[in-house]
Design a protein around this ligand. Structure first.
Ligand SMILES: Cc1cc2nc3c(=O)[nH]c(=O)nc-3n(C[C@H](O)[C@H](O)[C@H](O)COP(=O)(O)OP(=O)(O)OC[C@H]3O[C@@H](n4cnc5c(N)ncnc54)[C@H](O)[C@@H]3O)c2cc1C
Length: 503
């Protein structure tokens, strides 16, 4: 097989056993753990690095010693309001070590202590330090290493700027994918398809997420009638940098793990009023508390204060955050950081079992797009990278065990498309984001949710069919928004990240 990372599509002689949609940690790690006898196609709609994984700062939560298993399990269940699937939590936490070791084998340089042991940090909701990390840019380091390792593998081809429009379903099983590169179409048949297409952040006006996060994976799963659930459970991160930027920069929870505290606009500490764990309470609680505090103070935004820590330590431990804030004139070693809660993560998604299998034959899902049940109603910090690697490895084991090479009946059909209409959809995108951010945010009201549903339906009804990637993205945003709102309306009681008032 060819090894170059980027190559033109359309080689009709390429035969793929497995197609993976997405080149984040879920997609690349799964590709690497699959048996090298399989030919693997990874498609990614932007450049290979552009994904949420690349922006992860804090690290990977991993109970590396057996004595920590029960604590990590307990912290995960507490954060998730007990709505988690306990058996899934057990498996994912207990298989952390094997997968962290794989990452190290693939070349990930986690920070180490002088004696060579892995450095560990703490974030909100964790009862002890167990998060392995690379400074404050863990995701970038992991993605760097996984891309380099993938390049070495002859059986993995990665296609950049290649958009998966839909899945091909025949006789109630998935048999391939419909891909589009500019105005060229490729129908690719393969034995197993893995959706690793990430999250939904770009449905909101303010989000930490990459531009790729438009709910494509969830939406394509809905179209083939795979079960999608718990979409009302969306994590809003308490501390997005409160400065106007296209992708809201995240101020990692690891700062609070290292002693930073939240202050209101009067400079007062306030988390003690809302939760005994104060600034290190689970994320849903901190985001909701900041929202209440902003309402109380009648202003928008609070501050994060790490000025009391040694400035050299802060610069060394959080170089990315320090430098980014400095670009906006904020020296975090001397000044408070303006922060505000923003969209961050999707707990719900495509329902999968512990081996990443969806409810449709031959279709797997992995990473943020999937709903394994580990997170419950609110994700414990740094459990998502962990979920992606453990599930990715389990998907690979399932395929490695069950897919005979002979099963492969791959083919690629290629055809040119004729542009139906030139149109950029910026009005529709802005409308969707405004609706989601004003009606489906941290505090929800049933009447506002119903109003949002009507508005989303109206945009959907008025959307003229087209055959551009921009059209398919907007269509996916609308399908995903509708499902989020419907699930939010159907859950009448507040639980975890879903805070609802029935009025
Ligand atoms: C700023 C930030 C900080 C974070 N920090 C942490 C942390 O410290 N610890 C932690 O555990 N989690 C963290 N998270 C969450 C975590 O990074 C993500 O949940 C995780 O990386 C998701 O990985 P993924 O592979 O599922 O998706 P992604 O990494 O987002 O990858 C999705 C891939 O799918 C591709 N794709 C999407 N749609 C299509 C399509 N239609 N066709 C083709 N390709 C498509 C994209 O191009 C991309 O390659 C953070 C998230 C953000 C945004």
């Amino acid at each position: 097989m060819k090894t170059e990372l980027v190559k033109p599509m359309g080689d009709k002689n390429s035969i793929y056993d497995v197609v993976i949609i997405g080149s984040g940690i879920a997609g690349l790690y799964t590709a690497l753990t699959l048996d090298s006898k399989y030919n693997i196609m990874v498609v990614t709609k932007n450049e290979v690095k552009e994904c949420n994984s690349n922006y992860a700062q804090g690290g990977v939560a991993a109970a590396l010693e057996e004595e920590d298993f029960n604590n990590h399990i307990k912290d995960t269940l507490t954060a998730g309001s007990g709505y988690n699937e306990k058996s899934v939590v057990d498996v994912i936490i207990k298989e952390a070590k094997e997968n962290i070791m794989n990452l190290i084998d693939y070349g990930v340089n986690f920070d180490r202590n002088e004696d060579g042991s892995l450095k560990k940090t703490k974030e909100g909701g964790h009862s002890r330090s167990r998060i392995v990390h690379y400074k404050d840019s863990t995701g970038e380091e992991i993605i760097r290493a996984l891309i380099e390792e993938s390049k070495k593998r002859k059986n993995i081809d990665i296609f950049e700027k290649t958009f998966c429009v839909d899945l091909i379903k025949e006789d109630s099983k998935i048999t391939g994918v419909i891909l589009q590169k500019e105005m060229k179409r490729f129908d690719v048949k393969a034995s197993k398809i893995i959706i690793a297409a990430g999250g939904i952040g770009k449905l909101f006006s303010n989000s930490t997420n990459s531009i790729i996060a438009t709910g494509d994976g969830v939406s394509m799963a809905i179209r083939v009638k795979a079960e999608v659930m718990d979409m009302e459970f969306i994590q809003f991160h308490p501390t997005g940098l409160n400065i106007d930027e296209e992708r809201n920069f995240l101020i990692s929870e690891a700062l609070r793990g290292e002693g930073a505290v939240l202050r209101n606009q009067k400079g007062e500490l306030f988390m003690g009023k809302y939760h005994p764990l104060k600034d290190l309470a689970p994320r849903d609680i901190v985001s909701q508390s900041i929202t209440y505090e902003m309402e109380l103070q009648k202003n928008d935004g609070v501050f994060l204060d790490i000025t009391h820590k040694d400035s050299e330590y802060v610069k060394e431990r959080f170089p990315q955050i320090y430098n980014h804030c400095l670009e906006f004139g904020i020296d975090i070693t001397k000044e408070y950081i303006p922060v505000i809660p923003i969209h961050h993560y999707l707990m719900g998604g495509i329902k999968v079992d512990i081996n990443g299998k969806t409810t449709i034959n031959n279709l797997y899902a992995c990473g943020e797009v999937s709903r394994t049940g580990i997170h419950g109603a609110n994700r414990l910090a740094s459990n998502s990278l962990l979920e992606a690697i453990v599930t990715g490895n389990r998907i690979s084991k399932d395929i490695n065990k069950n897919l005979a090479k002979i099963d492969c009946k791959s083919e690629i059909n290629y055809y040119d498309l004729k542009l139906m209409k030139e149109y950029n959809y910026s009005n529709e995108i802005n409308e969707i984001r405004n609706i989601m951010s004003s009606n489906v945010f941290i505090i929800r009201y049933e009447t506002k949710l119903k109003e949002a549903l009507e508005k989303i339906q109206k945009i959907t009804d008025e959307l003229e069919e087209n055959n551009t990637i921009a059209y398919y993205e907007v269509r996916n945003m609308l399908v995903t928004a509708k499902k989020i709102i419907e699930d939010a309306i159907n859950r009448k009681e507040s639980l975890g990240s879903h805070k609802i008032f029935n009025k």
